[in-house]
Design a protein around this ligand. Structure first.
Ligand code: SF4
Length: 1005
């Protein structure tokens, strides 16, 4: 037995031992442990370097083949645990209330394995308290399930291997044996190893621990010797082998590590001699990965680290979709993960992910390169618009309905066609999943589903393959299947590259066992991160464990293991150990403090516990990056261009011109910085919006003048709100993105279209029935006609659009009925001397209507009425929204042009005078309020001036972002201007004479 706190010493001992024999079996903790030992003989028949489980699998193989046993993977174990928890739930006394909860099966699987590894039999549990009695029952069921299905789990495998080792027939049982710090952490592990050792002619056990003491020659040796020592001593010489630093957050901690690795590389340390050891790989690895990528450092992320994987999450979302009656939100979640394949891959066999089941080191491959494929992001929106709730039939109806709605609104159909083509077959597959089936049926169908739905199905199929030995188990339902798979699918393992050399090793601390690196980085030494809190097994607390067996691990053993991890990280460092901690929990803006492990390391080196404040200051000074300026001081330490530029900009504060290369290197940066400066400058400049004096631009604008092309009255109304908005909408033709209405109300666009169509059809019918104008005598008949028209038009819409929630559709239709009735009653009371003569009168479509001043118009007038006794007309525009707070007298500050403009157009079309133009807020919401503007000389004068002002602004190339008060808050173009346009406008020169036209318009009543 060799013991040492240095992995290098252990490796050396094993190397010398192995050199004595032509053939030897070396058992390491992980399959890459001791990778340098006898490397020249590896692969020949002379050296067998395996883990204890791999050795057990090899020895047990003949017995398993003879008895027809299949190995049970860890995932399979959870599936069996879920099965027995469900079948036994009614018989359980203590665990009955929680046996059906998610997480119970996983905890049960862990406890069962511990019990079996400790050699505990069901009868040992019977009298050890209520939880133990339930566990006895579950353990018995578990054993029966395994026996009935010819499955063998890890304890069973070790038992078979122990028999085979004692039997001595296998050629490995009889070879010299070396154990390189491989854990013998259960009774079954120890028994197997001892039986193997009993057959071996010579045995070496090398493990981490207190060895013979000698004077330390350097800081690391001293540190190993005095770590956790009750009487630490000071090491006088500072040889730089131990460093520590802190960073503002975990992300910057990872960046700082990358920076130091680059520095080490410049000094000559190869990347593959550097390791980053993580206590919390799930938490830290994404940040380490990002920092190393930014710095261009090649890395090898160990296989032992599970990462969130979009394939797994997307597949899980589909399973949830099937479980929640084909829920559209789950389907949208699947789409949002961007895993939709361009074309489904052909079927392919995929190896399972399990140490006992296989997947040897040589079989790993480079991850599939992420192709830059398009993601159907628009589909998610379409799904929201389609407002599918669930059920296969509703999916079909709603997607067809949305297509009809698109036709109605004249929108392009290609995206909705693509979505239908992709989603409906997949929904069919999900719908066809069985309510209950054996695992073999599930695995077959789920594997096919993965192939059809994922661009990279292999990681998911590898998880499914682990369950293959469970084929006969069942029947199980979808919920149980999803429960078993959920955790594994969320955190799929990503294969590391086959070749580790030339890359920085990134893995868990446990994976450093049996390995040595020139430099070790150990981040995350903050309170709560490392050491981690150890908890008792929730299913079998320590007080019961002590009664059941003295071979069961207790909480204090886990505490020892956590301490051993710190020893392990130190043991793996040959030349340098660099530890660090984050000062902040950035996501929660919460400060962090160094853990007592962080303080224990300098204590072991310096002989006494450092004073906390002094330690924190030293750690902070060792890495000066700040959250608000994440860059080093010296440009040579920059890990990428962004950091380099930040260093240059910081330096330029003291030496102007120092960051000039930025504008020279990238013309877009220069343009963007100048534009930014110009927009915040007092004078109006081209960067502000449509502000130009260039001849070519003015020539183009000339074609947009009111006398050159047709404008709609509603577009002209935008000028007074904001000339730039007017330009974006009327000249650039930018359209705001459609926003979908909440499911619990009808889309306002659809509502408006429906209301207008009902009005149009109703007017035609009233005209045919000679019921116009509607008055008190004709009201009853008009109302019943309105009911019939509404029912017919609404039914047509309902059929075409297949509304998402029929109840919502019905209540909105009834609301419309009330509006319609109120509007007819209002007309009968107030308008019986005006006879409607034209409805929905379109004008200027082919040939614009030109007003006297040459302004061209196009549009549609909702209603033209003729007075019963006078030869004058009136035009009306129906509004379905709220009435405005300020009632316009003529043009309402330029925001209310429709009444006058429609009036003037009607005069042209009819060749007769129009007395007034009206806005009629024709719903309950608008209070049936009419807003009438007389078309008189004064009004014509105002309108003439206003139109010539707008025209002059276009001709003069001055359409700046000069919003009216609070206009930006309700503007659809805010996404173009950004959030600060009102503030910027406040800084601009208000006395610029080009603004006078706008000021004049806004002042018109
Ligand atoms: S966001 Fe403001 S400045 Fe920009 S177009 Fe709209 S109203 Fe004008």
């Amino acid at each position: 037995m060799v013991k040492s706190w240095s992995n290098g010493a252990l490796l050396q001992a094993v190397e010398s031992f192995a050199a004595r024999f032509p053939e030897i079996l070396i058992i390491g903790p992980r399959h890459l442990a001791g990778e340098g030992v006898a490397a020249d003989r590896l692969g020949s028949s002379g050296v067998h370097r395996v883990t204890l489980i791999q050795a057990a699998a090899e020895l047990a193989r003949p017995a398993m083949a003879e008895r027809g046993l299949a190995p049970l993977s860890s995932l399979g174990l959870e599936a069996v645990a879920a099965r027995i928890a469900q079948t036994a739930q009614a018989k359980l006394a203590y665990f009955q209330p929680v046996a059906g909860l998610p997480g119970f099966a996983r905890a049960l699987a862990r406890t069962i394995v511990e019990l079996r590894l400790a050699g505990v039999e069901p009868e040992d549990l019977a009298s050890a308290g209520p939880p133990a009695a339930d566990l006895g029952l579950l353990l018995r069921l578990y054993a029966a399930e395994l026996a009935g299905r010819s499955l063998v789990d890890l304890p069973g495998l070790l038992a078979l291997a122990t028999d085979a080792a004692r039997d001595g027939k296998h050629r490995w049982a009889g070879l010299p044996l070396a154990r390189l710090d491989a854990d013998l952490d259960s009774r079954a592990h120890r028994t197997f190893f001892e039986s193997l050792a009993a057959q071996a002619p010579d045995v070496l056990e090398a493990e981490l621990g207190e060895g013979p003491s000698k004077a330390a020659a350097n800081t690391l040796e001293h540190l190993r010797q005095f770590l956790f020592s009750p009487e630490p001593q000071r090491f006088a010489k500072n040889d730089g082998q131990f460093e520590f630093f802190s960073a503002p957050g975990e992300g910057l901690e990872a960046v700082e590590i990358a920076r130091r690795i680059l520095r080490l590389a410049r000094e000559g340390t190869p990347f593959d001699q550097v390791a980053i050891l993580l206590r919390n790989p799930d938490r830290y690895q994404p940040m380490v990965e990002d920092a190393l990528r930014r710095a261009g450092i090649p890395a090898w992320f160990s296989q032992g680290t599970a990462r969130p994987h979009p394939s797994g999450r997307a597949f899980l979302a589909l399973l949830m979709c099937a479980g929640e009656r084909l829920s559209a939100s789950r389907f949208a979640e699947y789409l949002s993960l961007g895993q939709v394949p361009e074309t489904p891959l052909p079927p392919k066999w995929v190896a399972p992910e399990d140490e006992a089941l296989g997947r040897l080191e040589g079989e790993t491959s480079e991850p599939v390169a992420e192709a830059d494929r398009p993601t159907p992001r628009r589909w998610e929106r379409l799904l929201v618009d389609a407002a599918v709730i669930g059920g296969k039939a509703r999916w079909e109806r709603r997607l067809n309905g949305l297509e009809a709605e698109f036709v109605l609104q004249d929108k392009p159909l290609d995206q909705i066609h693509n979505l239908k083509q992709f989603a409906l077959p997949l929904i069919g597959v999900l719908d066809a999943l069985p309510p209950e089936a054996t695992w073999s049926v599930w695995l077959e169908q789920l594997s096919e589903l993965a192939r059809l739905s994922l661009r990279d199905p292999a990681p998911v199929q590898a998880v499914l393959a682990e369950l293959a030995p469970m084929g006969d188990v069942g029947p199980v339902g979808l919920e149980e299947v999803a429960g078993v798979l959920s955790e594994r699918l969320r955190f799929l393992r990503r294969d590391p590259p086959a070749q580790r050399w030339g890359r920085v090793f990134v893995g868990s601390i446990d994976e450093a066992r049996g390995r040595e690196f020139a430099v070790i980085f150990l981040p995350g030494l903050a309170e709560g991160l490392f050491p981690q809190r150890t908890l008792e097994d929730p299913l079998l607390l320590d007080e019961f464990r002590k009664v059941v067996s003295n071979h069961l691990p207790l909480r204090e053993q886990h505490v020892k293991e956590e301490r051993m991890r710190l020893h392990l990280a130190v043991a793996a460092a040959r030349d340098r150990l660099i530890v660090s901690y984050p000062r902040m929990e950035v996501s929660e803006a919460r400060p962090r403090v160094p853990s007592f492990y962080a303080l224990e390391l300098p204590r072991a080196v310096e002989g006494s516990l450092p004073e906390l404040k002094a330690f924190e200051d030293r750690a902070r000074d060792a890495a000066p990056a700040r959250l608000n300026w994440p860059a080093p001081k010296d440009p040579i330490d920059a890990i990428d261009n962004a950091e380099y530029d930040l260093v240059a900009i910081a330096a330029a504060r003291n030496s102007p011109g120092g960051a000039r290369y930025l504008v020279e290197a990238n013309p877009h940066v220069a343009r963007s910085m100048r534009a930014r400066w110009a927009r915040w400058n007092k004078s109006w400049r081209p960067a502000d919006g449509l502000v130009t004096s260039e001849i070519a631009a003015l020539a183009v604008l000339n074609e947009q003048r009111l006398t050159s092309r047709a404008w709609s009255p509603s577009s002209l109304e935008q000028f007074a709100m904001c000339p730039y908005k007017f330009a974006l909408q009327g000249i650039y033709k930018l359209r705001p993105r459609d926003e979908s209405a909440p499911l619990e109300q009808m889309d306002p666009l659809t509502r408006g279209a429906l209301f207008h169509e009902i009005q149009f059809e109703l007017f035609q019918q009233l005209q045919r029935a000679d019921l116009l104008p509607v008055n008190q005598d004709r009201l009853r008949e008009a109302l019943s006609l309105a009911d019939a028209v509404l029912d017919r038009v609404a039914a047509k819409y309902e059929e075409d659009l297949a509304p998402a929630i029929p109840r919502v559709w019905k209540s909105e239709t009834e609301d419309l009925r009330t509006d319609l009735q109120g509007w007819l009653q209002h007309a009968a009371r107030n308008d019986d001397d005006w006879k409607p003569v034209e409805f929905e009168k379109e004008f200027g479509k082919d040939q614009p209507v030109a007003l006297a001043e040459g302004v061209n118009l196009r549009g549609r007038i909702d209603l033209i009425e003729k007075h019963e006794s006078r030869a004058v007309y009136r035009v009306t525009d129906h509004k379905t929204g709220k009435r405005p707070e300020m009632i316009p007298r003529w043009v309402g500050g330029g925001r209310s042009l429709q009444p006058l403009l429609y009036g003037l157009v009607a005069e042209q079309l009819l060749g007769s005078p129009v007395e007034a133009g009206r806005l009629l807020y024709a719903t309950q919401r608008g209070g049936y309020t009419p807003v009438e503007i007389k078309v008189d000389d004064r009004a014509r004068l105002f309108l003439h001036k206003l139109l010539s002002d707008i025209d002059a602004s276009i001709a003069g190339g001055f359409l700046p972002p000069a919003p009216a008060k609070d206009a930006c808050g309700i503007c659809d173009y805010r996404i173009v201007c950004g959030p600060y346009e009102e503030r910027r406008h406040g800084k601009k020169d208000r006395h610029d004479e080009r603004l006078e036209l706008l000021t004049e318009i806004r002042g018109m009543a």
